[in-house]
Design a protein around this ligand. Structure first.
Ligand code: NDP
Ligand code: HSE
Length: 439
């Protein structure tokens, strides 16, 4: 059968992974597809750097020419960012090419229009590699769990962030040092603030929520907190209380709307997610019929991400000659059945809370604080007052850290408690608030 031809946009960490897998596993892949798949051209900025890889691919610096090349069937984008990728992918679609992309920022922010353009043209846009690197989570949500009403999902979905948190917790390494190592491995985004401030995880959560709940891609609706403000003492206190701090993306469908949130989270140490370390990612998906299911694997890196892109290429190859209506819908639900949901705001969120406050070490402080919780009807699951730190001479009276774990409660009530506690004369610093999920 006629080979399927691939034009690669980008030949960096991910693009090289795709080219390597397609070359190394060509025979095995052809046994699955029934026809060969060849990468014929790749577009980059620096031609000599790409040619030095000696991959046997025609290298061009003219990406616009690649996406209009009549010999190319599938455009595989591994450049990143919005410019020039958005216009390149629209051109590819206009030219009748199928598209595979690893660009979660593009899909999360511009995916609705891009997918609509592809639908109008009868071509596919596939994006498995956008979420959780090598884990086939989109496949699981779109196909394997399609019998279910998805109730919630929660995952560690940024490899760089998890690598940083794990190395800090296990080896006491500094944030900057571990981030530099993640960049050297090619895990981090071109702008690593996307990783450490939770933006990348928010892109991925946007995509998963859409596929899980049948809603359009709504990146702006995701509440986003990163890992850059996590203090070493919180990591240690959490461990003493039997928890690990992980950066989690949570999407929950409730009767009154949808929670979409990305933030550091305390997870009980016995939970599998609490033990997902390094660049590994994991996602728990809870369906009404199947119950909880867990997906685990490398969340970033050349071949893990390439694995997902090549799987998309194989899927497209298998249905290339079929009528577009026979393909799995791009966002899992029929396009006309997608509908927006009420997007809940932070005061409506429900979770348990870890609160760390610093108070003057004098009688009555704890009683005043617990009274505030009692007045608001917030249950306290645990309260720990630590020893005064002799090195802390910032106040005339010694201060002590107090750690409070609340029961599950509406966040608006916790916000009220925080305001009242911070107004007390005996409280010397703003409170630290971290959500707790027992999953
Ligand atoms: P790299 O920086 O390693 O590679 C980018 C590639 O794109 C390079 O070959 C670069 O060429 C090329 N490029 C950049 N700008 C242009 C342009 N204007 N025209 C043509 N080529 C261009 O990035 P990654 O491979 O790490 O990431 C690519 C995409 O994959 C991003 O969207 C990222 O979010 C996503 N992704 C990355 C993962 C990872 O583990 N790294 C995992 C999952 C998704 P040159 O070198 O010549 O400048
Ligand atoms: N920068 C991303 C991460 C790449 O670290 O998870 C994979 O999407």
């Amino acid at each position: 059968m006629k080979p399927v031809t691939i034009g690669l946009l980008g030949l960096g960490t991910v693009g090289q992974g795709v080219a390597t897998i397609l070359a190394r596993n060509a025979a095995e892949i052809e046994r699955r597809t029934g026809r060969p798949i060849h990468v014929t051209r790749a577009a980059v900025r620096n031609r000599s750097k790409a040619e030095a890889l000696a991959l046997g691919i025609d290298i061009t610096t003219d990406a616009a020419a690649l996406v209009s090349d009549p010999t190319i069937d599938i455009v595989c984008e591994a450049i990143g960012g919005e410019d020039p990728t958005l216009s390149l992918l629209h051109s590819a679609i206009d030219n009748g090419k199928h598209v595979v992309t690893a660009n979660k920022a593009l899909i999360a922010v511009h995916g609705n229009a891009l997918l609509e353009a592809a639908r109008a043209k009868g071509v596919a846009v596939a994006y498995e590699s956008c979420v959780a690197g090598g884990i086939p989570i989109i496949k699981a949500l779109r196909e394997g769990l399609s019998a279910n009403r998805i109730e919630w999902l929660a995952g560690i979905i940024n490899g760089t962030g998890n690598f940083i948190l794990s190395e800090m917790a296990e080896k006491g390494r500094s944030f900057e040092d571990v981030l530099a190592e993640a960049q050297a491995y090619g895990y981090a985004e071109a702008d690593p603030t996307f990783d450490v401030e939770g933006i990348d995880a928010a892109h991925k959560l946007t995509i998963m929520a859409s596929v899980a709940f049948g809603m359009p891609l709504e990146f702006d609706a995701v509440y986003t907190e990163g890992i850059s403000k996590i203090q070493r003492e919180d990591v240690e206190f959490a461990q003493e209380l039997g928890y690990r701090i992980k950066h989690l993306g949570v999407a929950r469908q409730r009767d009154d709307g949808v929670e979409l949130r990305v933030h550091p989270t305390l997870i009980p140490e016995r939970r599998l997610l609490a033990n997902v370390n390094g660049v590994m990612n994991a996602v728990v998906v809870h369906g009404d019929a199947v119950g909880p299911t867990l997906y685990y694997g490398a969340g970033a890196g050349s071949e893990p991400t390439g694995s997902s892109m090549v799987a998309d290429i194989i899927d497209i190859t298998r249905t290339m000659d079929a009528h577009p209506s026979h393909r799995v819908p791009a966002l899992a639900f029929q396009p006309e059945a997608l509908h927006s949901q009420t997007l809940l705001q932070t005061p409506d969120y429900e979770a348990a809370y870890y609160l760390r406050l610093r108070a003057l070490d004098q009688p009555g402080v704890l009683a005043t604080v617990t009274t505030i919780f009692g007045d608001l009807g917030i249950s306290i699951e645990a309260i720990v007052q630590k020893e005064p730190d002799p090195s802390d001479v910032s106040e005339p009276i010694p201060t002590v850290p107090i750690i409070i774990l609340t029961g599950r409660v509406r966040e608006g009530l916790v916000e009220q408690a925080i305001i009242r506690i911070e107004a007390l004369d005996t409280i010397t610093q703003p409170l630290t608030r971290i959500r707790v999920e027992t999953l």
